[in-house]
Design a binder for this molecule. Structure first.
Ligand code: HDE
Length: 683
């Protein structure tokens, strides 16, 4: 085992190389290395006789297969991951002594796993759900895990309630329904009876819970952590990831359809982006509050149901993460990676947030059952890139061969080594926070305002975002069977906004609340996705074509869209080269059978002189659906005719019809950048 500590962006990749095996071109052997002569027929007593126990090759192969599955994660089971590197822009030395945050330009390898929370390992990825955003930094001082979500607050304030929350959202135990969905009685019963959920629910019902891509969502550490510098001075800190592509979402009808058309939509999107060299990038930001200002806010900064509004405590961007390599093996890496908020490095410490405190217990505990013992840190994906030595020994699946006689501290036989390291030389020292108090099972009064920031979130939404939240409430509560639970939820959310609650009540047929409302008028523009970066990079464009199209023009447009960074795909009634005598014949990427409008960001229809009824019907359905999901629609040539036929007005927002190629490309590009055209008011 190497004892080198110097780490660069490639250190983890180099380490993993020791474990990679390429079976291609090799001879088949048993796990004992014995060459195998026959792998199609088991050993039998006669050609038509019974299989013999003696067939060790059969037994080994079958036994291994029988044990191939491990328990899925109790939460965040459905996930996907990639490797990358983190580069520091600005030194955090004044705030923290963490080595990977000292030298601008320094690079640290990272591994990131994105996930949904509630669904099983095979569930659809477009569920309305929180997304996990867990990052492992392989630093020279050990692994640092930032195990965050794409929503900056949480449902509950105390970890002791986590099993209750998860039991409530998982499929109901008596019938195992529904999968990967919060739209059912037990979840909403939990919400109404645990009103600290209010703020998180507003996020959960917003567009944030149905992201367009893992590459287009923010990440948050959620809890308040502590930075500690060389002098021992501490600051409170919150962590942020900001996607370079901006924050973008799908619409609910689209999300549900994607789950059927391509339940792997998010993982494929991440995988393809990395394979094609469009490396996802996220900037790393910190909000920092000096210890002396702990009580200067109208909320408790340790309460995980609260944000620190960015307008009050600005997010300082200090670095960038680039995901640049897909895993070689999903099980070995993505499935076996073990994150833990307790994996910290000197200069990063915890606070008394009771949700964080409980997590510090849960994560190791869960790996013991999931990964089958205490040696999961030895799995290649989990190994630090720096050396590790201690007196821990044995256990299931131990890889390390610790030499020598001594496995205890203190000792004289090995000169008292492995030896402890003084904090000034890099030994971890817990922050010496002064504590006093009685042992109580209680919650601080400062944690009891559940509604002000829920209203702040509501106030900060644009009109379409507000409409989406109301629709999401109506969907979720509309699926709830208990009138009583529906009423309780509506009455609860009257405390966030009375008009909102009344509209929901009217829609789901319960009594409109008359009391409630909020005094909060504050707005935080940073909370609205409408204010985030807009970009056409990697946007998928469906190009609908039929025979007889103008190959010259269409090819030119397709090339220009590519040049702008978009990813056009040609869709027609059948695969192969699409016939035309006007210019080049283009290769078809997909047919109306293999794809659907919900898998694209925008549609461009050029049609073709040959447009027959089948094409018109199929392309028409495709475009109507894209239109109803507020997506940009472009049409040239015969495509314009088709639009008319479909009753899609060429002057509707985000509909671009134009015969001049140059002007079409530039207007269409602008429209794709907009992402969606809510002003259409359909869908
Ligand atoms: Fe987790 N959470 N969690 N969680 N969590 C797990 O650990 C838990 C919470 C988060 O891709 C589990 O290895 C408790 C908040 C992510 O492998 C488990 C509480 C946040 C992932 C666990 C929380 C998270 C997990 C299941 C309440 C955002 C996936 C498998 C106190 C800041 C990591 C595992 C991956 C996974 C417990 C709440 C994020 C059981 C007890 C808040 C991203 O240990």
């Amino acid at each position: 085992m190497s004892d080198k500590r110097k780490v660069d962006g490639n250190s983890k990749n180099e380490q993993l190389e020791e474990y990679r095996v390429d079976d291609k071109g090799k001879e088949l052997t048993t796990n004992q290395g014995l060459k195998v002569a026959e792998d199609e027929f088991s050993l039998k007593a006669g050609e038509r006789g019974p299989t013999l126990m003696e067939d060790f090759h059969f037994r080994e192969k079958m036994t291994h297969f029988d044990h191939e599955r491990i328990p899925e994660r109790i939460v965040h089971a459905r996930g996907y991951a990639a490797h990358g590197e983190f580069e520091l822009y600005e030194s955090m030395k004044p705030y923290t002594k963490a080595k990977f945050l000292q030298e601008p330009g320094s690079k640290t390898p990272v591994f990131v796993r994105y996930s949904t929370v509630a669904g099983s390992k095979g569930s659809g990825e477009l569920a309305r759900d929180v997304r996990g955003f867990a990052t492992k930094f392989y630093t020279e001082e050990g692994n640092y895990d930032l195990v965050g979500n794409n929503i900056p607050v949480f449902f509950i304030q105390d970890a002791v309630k986590f099993p209750d929350l998860i039991h409530a959202v998982k499929p109901e135990p008596h019938n195992g329904i529904p999968q990967a969905a919060s739209a059912h009685d037990t979840f909403w019963d939990f919400v109404a009876n645990n009103q600290e959920t209010a703020h998180m629910i507003m996020w959960h019902l917003s567009d944030r819970a149905i992201p367009r891509s893992f590459r287009m969502m923010e990440g948050f550490g959620v809890h308040t952590f502590r930075f500690v510098n060389e002098e021992g001075k501490a600051h409170f800190v919150k962590f942020h990831w900001k996607p370079k592509l901006g924050i973008h979402s799908t619409v609910w009808d689209e999300a549900q359809k994607i789950n059927g058309k391509n339940p792997d939509f998010h993982r494929a999107d991440l995988y393809d982006a990395i394979e094609s060299g469009n490396y996802p990038e996220f900037e790393f930001g910190v909000q920092v509050i000096p210890e002396e200002e702990e009580f200067s806010f109208d909320f408790d900064i340790l309460d995980p149901t609260k944000i620190w509004p960015e307008e009050d405590v600005p997010v300082k961007i200090i670095g960038k993460m680039t995901l640049n390599r897909n895993v070689d093996n999903v099980f070995a890496e993505t499935e076996q990676v073990a994150f833990h908020p307790g994996h910290v490095v000197p200069g990063i410490d915890f606070t008394n947030d009771p949700l964080l405190q409980g997590r510090l217990f849960s994560y190791t505990d869960t790996q013991l059952i999931r990964l089958g013992g205490p040696n999961f840190h030895e799995l290649p994906i989990n190994r630090p890139v720096c050396p590790f030595h201690n007196n821990q020994r044995d256990g299931y699946g131990r890889h390390t061969i610790n030499k020598g006689q001594v496995s205890y501290h203190k000792n004289s036989l090995a000169d008292n080594t492995p030896e402890t390291v003084a904090p000034k030389d890099g030994g971890y020292e817990h922050y010496q926070e002064k504590m006093e108090g009685r042992k109580v099972k209680a919650r601080s009064n400062s944690f009891k305002d559940h509604f002000s920031q829920a209203t702040l979130f509501w106030n900060s939404m644009s009109k379409p975002e507000k409409e989406h939240i109301i629709e999401a409430f109506c969907f979720e509560l509309g699926k709830v069977q208990s009138k009583d639970v529906q009423q309780q939820v509506v009455d609860m959310f009257a405390n966030v906004n009375l008009d909102m609650a009344r509209e929901i009540a009217d829609n789901i047929g319960v009594k409109e609340p008359t009391e409630g409302g909020s005094e909060v008028t504050k707005v935080s523009p940073a909370l609205s996705q409408e204010n985030s970066t807009k970009s056409v990079a990697t946007r998928k464009i469906a190009v609908l074509l039929d025979e007889g199209y103008n190959g010259e023009v269409v090819n030119n447009i397709v090339q220009q869209l590519k040049k702008q960074g978009m990813e056009p795909e040609i869709i027609a009634s059948k695969l192969g080269k699409l016939k035309t005598d006007k210019g080049p014949q283009l290769e078809v990427d997909n047919t109306f059978l293999t794809v659907d409008s919900v898998l694209y960001d925008a549609v461009y229809v050029a049609g073709g002189a040959g447009q027959d009824k089948t094409f018109r019907d199929k392309a028409g359905y495709f475009m109507k659906e894209a239109f109803s999901h507020f997506k940009p629609i472009g049409a040239t040539h015969e495509g314009e005719e088709l639009l008319k036929h479909l009753d899609i007005s060429s002057i509707a927002a985000g509909v671009i019809t134009e015969d001049s190629t140059e002007s079409f490309v530039s207007r269409f590009t602008e429209a794709v950048k907009q992402h969606r055209f809510w002003e259409r008011g359909v869908g």
